[in-house]
Design a protein around this ligand. Structure first.
Ligand SMILES: *Cc1c(COP(=O)(O)O)cnc(C)c1O
Length: 370
């Protein structure tokens, strides 16, 4: 449907940045699109649809319960609201309007208090919670996490993400042990993670995933966990959850995406590495450019091309190269997290072979122009 690009005069994009929200995240498989289309074309008793798809997914993932929400950000806000409101009918419809008598503090390692495109703390506030930071920017021991827990604590929130500080942070199991010791729930934001079982098994009461990231579903989110907490998340549909409603197409699309994700063969890091070889060789011919394979810093099975720019020889630095690539046609988006250290990363999970060739050409052209 290239006419969409023409009709609205949209710029074609090569997404070498991974599951990037700025570009629309991912491209669901045909069977996922079919399920979403079926959802759009039919009516359902919506509560029934939510319950049955949630139970189906919970069965697939061997969790007590699950429910589909509009995105992972909504999942964070709704999980926070769930542990604060629980089944209090007055508070459900008065969150943000009435004072909260019970626990409303959400304990979070300071190194987890990040901005993933929007701040975690904004979602906590949206759910009626108050962030309490534990430890330091570069350190949080289980003892420091424990020290932040008080009778006002509604939950511990753990951000499992490449955005968070990785070193000297507690593990999910350690956070779960602290949560159990103090009788508070543990919420894990695993929005972009690939393992749909691990954090629940490690003791989280609620685990949140972004439907469009690893699972490549439509715009959606998944909250799974212990039955009581998931029920309280669902109850928020009569409260703040109404402003984050997901439609029947998203619910059926994500359910199909979860099922597919568990059964379809995954492209492995080794396969990405093989596909990247010609690009690396091509870029290493360019003056002032050094390209090598780099594995995901957060430990996921993802291989990327790491491209370092020597401004003296290449004629431009990494940040300028990224700007120029985005400004070109097609617009090439890469990962710029290390641009300040002189490196860009190219993630080819959403790049087909023809685009991979175009990408190499765009970088060559950029350097020849200098
Ligand atoms: C992407 C992301 C989110 C938000 O996911 P959405 O589905 O876009 O709302 C939340 N937390 C982390 C760590 C993320 O990477």
């Amino acid at each position: 449907m290239s006419s969409i690009y023409e009709k609205y005069q949209l710029k074609p994009v090569i997404n070498a940045s991974g599951r990037m929200t700025l570009l629309g995240v991912s491209t669901p498989a045909p069977e996922v699109v079919d399920a979403a289309c079926h959802g759009m074309a039919h009516y359902f008793e919506m509560a029934d649809l939510v319950d049955k798809t949630g139970a189906y997914i919970a069965g697939l993932l061997e969790a007590e319960a699950a429910t589909i929400v509009s995105c992972a950000s909504a999942g964070i806000a709704l999980s926070v609201a769930a542990v604060i409101v629980r089944d209090n009918p007055a508070l459900l419809v008065q969150l943000h309007a009435a004072p909260i008598d019970g626990p409303d503090e959400i304990v979070l390692a300071k190194g987890h208090n990040v901005n993933y495109g929007a701040p975690v703390a904004t979602m906590v506030a949206l759910g009626g919670g108050k962030v309490v930071e534990a430890g330091w920017a570069n350190e949080c021991t289980p003892a420091q996490l424990s020290a932040a827990v008080t009778p006002r604590t509604a939950a511990i929130l753990y951000i499992k993400s490449h955005h968070a500080v990785q070193k000297s942070m507690p593990t999910v199991e350690e956070a779960a042990a602290v949560a159990r010791a103090y009788g508070v729930p543990l919420i894990v934001d695993a929005a972009a993670e690939e393992d749909l079982n691990r954090y629940y098994r490690q003791g989280a009461d609620l685990v949140i995933y972004s439907g469009a990231k690893a699972m490549e579903g439509p715009s959606s989110g998944l909250v799974l966990g212990r039955r009581q907490y998931v029920e309280w998340v669902k109850l928020q549909g009569k409260g703040i959850g109404r402003a984050m409603k997901i439609g029947k197409e998203g619910i059926l699309g994500l359910t199909a995406a979860v099922e597919r994700y568990l059964s379809a063969p995954k492209s492995s890091g080794a396969e990405m590495a093989r596909r990247l070889e010609p690009l690396l060789a091509r870029l290493n011919h360019l003056p002032g450019v050094r390209a090598r394979l780099a594995w995901d810093s957060a430990g996921r099975d993802i291989a990327r091309a790491e491209v370092a720019f020597d401004p003296a020889q290449a004629g431009l630095d990494a940040a300028a190269a990224a700007q120029r690539l985005k400004a070109g046609t097609p617009a090439v988006y890469c990962r710029e997290y290390h641009a300040n250290e002189g490196r860009l990363e190219f993630d080819i999970r959403s790049v087909d072979d023809q685009q991979l060739d175009t990408l190499g050409h765009c970088i060559e052209t950029l350097l020849k122009e200098r």
